[in-house]
Design a protein around this ligand. Sequence first.
Ligand SMILES: Cc1cc2nc3c(=O)[nH]c(=O)nc-3n(C[C@H](O)[C@H](O)[C@H](O)COP(=O)(O)OP(=O)(O)OC[C@H]3O[C@@H](n4cnc5c(N)ncnc54)[C@H](O)[C@@H]3O)c2cc1C
Length: 313
Amino acid sequence: MTAEAAGCSHRASRRLSAALPHDGAMTPDATRDAGLARLADFVPRAGRAYAAERNTDRGPQDRSNVSTLSPWVRHRLVTEREVVEAVLQRHSLDAAGKFVQEVYWRTYWKGWLELRPSVWARYAASVAPTFDALSVADRATYNAAITGTTGIEGFDDWARELVELGYLHNHARMWFASIWIFTLRLPWQLGADFFLRHLLDGDPASNTLSWRWVAGLQTVGKTYLATADNIARYTDGRFRPRGLATVAHAVDDDAAVPPAGPAPVPEPLPRATRVALLLHEDDLHAESLPTLPPEVTVVGVALMRAISWARSP
Ligand SMILES: Cc1cc2nc3c(=O)[nH]c(=O)nc-3n(C[C@H](O)[C@H](O)[C@H](O)COP(=O)(O)OP(=O)(O)OC[C@H]3O[C@@H](n4cnc5c(N)ncnc54)[C@H](O)[C@@H]3O)c2cc1C
């Protein structure tokens, strides 16, 4: 991979450095080498310690209980297989089972959406009309939510953390989405869009389907309700928001979940002698391409920095 292809934009790189505070042993950067270094650093903590500690959001100054590998994994600078293999070389599956399960959630969500692309298409098409349809009052609530000025303890901190750092702990993502939908009564699509625009790991499958899960659309009828006690417990008492919704009725604003369609079939590799590889933000891991036929020579590698259809409109 060329140096340019191996790295994202300088802006993304700077944000990644800021987003992922560490113990000084590494220099976080949006490169494969930095992702592999972070993986090596985290592997010793991926066993029982992860299972016991991972639910606590200690705040942006201490992310040592989770891997913070998601930006590299999402853009395939480091693959799920590499992550799981490295962890299982150090720990038994029994000890590292929880971590491996979490990595598999990503794989599962991607496969689920790949077989049901209409769920993404409907979401993507709904964002702009949903925003346009907000009432004046709801638009004010929306603006307060994305600027961290609702007055809801924790929620406002996470909104600012997301915008400034591009990362949120998994539990904070769940609390934030729940408060957005059930306390502020804002459309889930606009919350998913807010996340997708700011997360360094923003991912069509993991993000959209997690928001749908909180809203009760993914596991139909099952919602996620954030409570002040749970937030206080798993933020080490940093936040205890008041006035949260006490019920979470499932959202019912989307078509029924479609049955799984056929898996897309990969296009055959070109047999021409001269080819160029076009890398995009969904897959920066050219190393894992199937071996090219010997008569094929790669004469160029280009990096496409953004693909409009894979981002929120
Ligand atoms: C509302 C909401 C939105 C989310 N949006 C995204 C998103 O856009 N992109 C994204 O990668 N993840 C998303 N997640 C899942 C999860 O929050 C992040 O993957 C995780 O917090 C990343 O931090 P980490 O690398 O420290 O995770 P770790 O706990 O260290 O987990 C290791 C890896 O496993 C994967 N993983 C862990 N938990 C999950 C999960 N619940 N679902 C899918 N994959 C998981 C990630 O690739 C992660 O890097 C979302 C979750 C919620 C509730």
